[in-house]
Design a protein around this ligand. Structure first.
Ligand code: NAD
Length: 292
């Protein structure tokens, strides 16, 4: 048996920790770092070897996964004075699983490539549960030449991954996906509200929809698991979804297209900040629909 493959995870939150658990199960030696002591402790409890900062992490491995809240955090961790560019070993591969800005990913990929490294945008779907189970969907953007090295990691973390094209295309596709998810939450909530008024049982209505052409990930997963159960514990917050939708709004605007449905959805989510806290579960957007 050869020595274990090493990997480092920057950002040990809900998603980062789940990915660590999967990578440990897959036989990797996993290192990690985070600015929050609580996240570091929870990762240590899983068996992650924590490092005090990015420099120490880079000394341990040439394969890095990033899972940070926003593009600004990713840019700082890569290109900041104490970041990956300053400390990475030669030929380091970075995979950014955060939901981030396509232009930031493009610029970071250029900087990394000029320094002899590789940077792929690899945003994910599937939530903390998918991260823990290794069943996420990953949307990959970036240089094809980096794919052979990334492939075993993509395979470990996901049940399916798709290479969209050049840098930033993974993040653009993820923003489009989340805009659809945001829309489906509202349209499915309206469907259930109509059903309620028409005297239909919500669970039976959804069973019917899920056997038919109106179904979506939201009707098949979110409603049974987190809405009808009233659990609202998906692990994905309102704050993060509103962040994603602000980025989606920029993407829509850059197209110059006048899209009535997208504008309606974006407006509803933006206005929800007046009634729903950033820390609330994102499925609670259904409460903006009358009758729910
Ligand atoms: P989270 O808030 O649970 O975790 C983020 C972690 O990053 C925290 O532990 C925080 O301390 C750490 N952090 C912040 N700045 C840092 C820095 N400069 N250096 C090191 N660590 C830093 O968030 P999450 O739910 O794990 O989401 C992470 C990313 O994944 C986000 O971009 C989110 O949009 C995306 N995402 C989340 C989900 C989900 O269901 N939670 C699903 C798909 C994608």
């Amino acid at each position: 048996m050869g020595t274990k493959q090493t990997i480092g995870v920057i950002g040990l939150g809900n998603m980062g920790r789940g990915m660590c658990a999967t990578l440990l199960r897959e036989g990797y030696q996993v290192f990690g770092t985070d600015v929050a002591a609580s996240s570091m402790q929870l990762a240590q409890d899983l068996g992650v070897q924590t490092c005090p900062h990015v420099q120490a992490l880079c000394q341990q491995t040439k394969q890095l996964i990033i899972s940070l809240p926003k593009a600004e955090h990713v840019a700082l961790v890569i290109a900041g004075a104490e970041g990956v560019l300053a400390h990475a070993q030669a030929n380091t591969l970075v995979m950014d699983t955060s939901t981030s800005k396509p232009e930031v990913s493009k610029a970071l990929a250029v900087q990394m490539q000029q320094a002899g490294h590789a940077f792929l945008d690899t945003p994910v779907s599937g939530g903390p549960a998918g991260a823990h189970a290794g069943t996420m969907v990953m949307l990959v953007g970036g240089n094809e030449a980096a794919l052979p090295q990334a492939q075993p990691i993509l395979q470990a973390l996901s049940s399916k991954w798709v290479h969209l094209g050049e840098s930033g295309s993974g993040h653009a596709a993820k923003l489009i996906n989340n805009l659809l998810c945001a829309a489906h939450l509202l349209t499915t909530a309206e469907a259930v509200a109509i059903g309620n008024k028409a005297g239909l049982d919500a669970e039976k209505l959804l069973a019917g929809i899920n056997a038919g052409s109106g179904r979506s990930g939201v009707s098949e997963v979110n409603f049974p698991k987190w809405v009808l159960s009233e659990a609202f514990d998906s692990g994905f917050t309102m704050g993060l979804m509103r962040k994603d939708l602000a980025l989606a709004a920029e993407l829509v605007e850059s197209t110059g297209l006048d899209l009535a449905m997208a504008q309606q959805v974006l407006g509803t989510w933006q206005a929800s900040s007046e009634t729903q806290a950033d820390g609330d579960d994102f499925n609670r957007i259904i409460h903006t629909v009358p009758g729910l």
